[in-house]
Design a protein around this ligand. Structure first.
Ligand SMILES: [Zn+2]
Length: 314
């Protein structure tokens, strides 16, 4: 049975997995992502080598930033992956191996469109909300990549023109208000100004804030509710712009489950139903585990391989 390797290069972690034709992950490994190019490349290569075997038909890479799909090259990557600017991603695989690459959120959206929550649909919006906010748009059955591969960076839509400086160089982008980092920043600030909250003993990472909100902590609930309101407004705007059949929200923030999706759906529906006269579903991803895009990268590669769906996404 042929297998493919998926490599997910994120801002904090690099993950590799080998996946068979049935879509099962048969080997996986992950390591922290170094910020220096040489170290990052050797981490990626060692992960690929670690899951490699003779059945591998190709390597699919999902990477943060602007990815030139034709040249399999990083055009620009901000933040911790800045060292990858201009880097040829094919170098991460053994020489001679077939390699495909795309922006990580688009790789995730491709997987959702073929195997997941957007299966059979022609218009969908995907958000990946973790440290930052990634996005992908599928319009009229095609992935929107833009004139220079940069389309879909939805986390840099503006919420406040005078807001905090963003990694992209602009001010007040969505990802400064709606992301794991934003939640953790608010929690940290609350603890350090002496607010009476269990966060001061439990910690301020995103999952803890979500758990404490579920336990009724007023401060944590306030942070989560503000985040849901902003996210609802943001998604409502995306629905007006793209009229999707579905909005998929993945990434570490989506691990909050119903605590996030029930109030979020209510908020989005209230904002959009009067105009659209229908409820646009806001759902979690249907494929892969929410912690990585191993399967998505693999599945993107299997599209590139041509055996299943040809050039639908490439
Ligand atoms: Zn920005």
């Amino acid at each position: 049975m042929r297998t493919w390797i998926g490599l997910d290069i994120g801002g904090t972690t690099v993950k590799a997995g080998r996946v068979n034709e049935a879509g099962e992950i048969v080997a996986r490994a992950e390591k922290a992502a170094p910020e220096e190019l040489g170290a990052l490349v050797s981490v990626c290569r060692s992960l690929v080598d670690g899951v490699w075997d003779d059945s591998v038909a190709g390597v699919g890479i999902g990477c943060r930033g602007i990815i030139d799909v034709e040249k399999v090259r990083v055009v620009v990557s901000n933040g911790r992956l800045r060292c990858l600017d201009g880097f040829s991603l094919a170098e991460l695989a053994p020489s001679g191996a077939r390699v495909a690459a795309d922006n990580d959120a688009r790789a995730a959206a491709a997987g959702e469109m073929v195997w997941g929550a957007a299966k059979g649909m022609r218009d969908a919006v995907m958000l990946t909300i973790g440290t930052g906010v990634g996005g992908a748009i599928i319009a009229d059955g095609r992935m929107v990549r833009g004139s220079a591969w940069a389309a879909g960076h939805l986390g840099h839509l503006n919420l406040d023109p005078n807001g905090p400086m963003c990694v992209c160089g602009a001010r007040g982008c969505v990802e400064n208000y709606v992301s794991a980092r934003a939640i953790e920043g608010e929690a940290w600030a609350a603890v350090h100004r002496g607010v009476n909250t269990i966060l001061s003993t439990r910690g301020t990472d995103c999952a803890t804030v979500s758990a404490c909100a579920g336990e009724g902590d007023e401060c944590a609930a306030g942070i989560v509710n503000r985040m849901i309101e902003r996210l609802g407004g943001f998604i409502g705007g995306l629905i007006f712009a793209f009229d999707p059949e579905i909005v998929i929200v993945g990434g570490s923030v989506s691990l909050a489950g119903d605590r996030l999706f029930v109030p979020l759906q209510k908020d989005v529906t209230a904002r959009t139903e009067p105009f659209f006269r229908r409820k646009v579903p806001v759902v979690r991803p249907g494929v892969g585990d929410a912690t990585g895009i191993i399967a998505y990268s693999h599945r993107t590669m299997s599209l590139k391989d041509g055996s299943r769906l040809g050039s639908f996404l490439f």
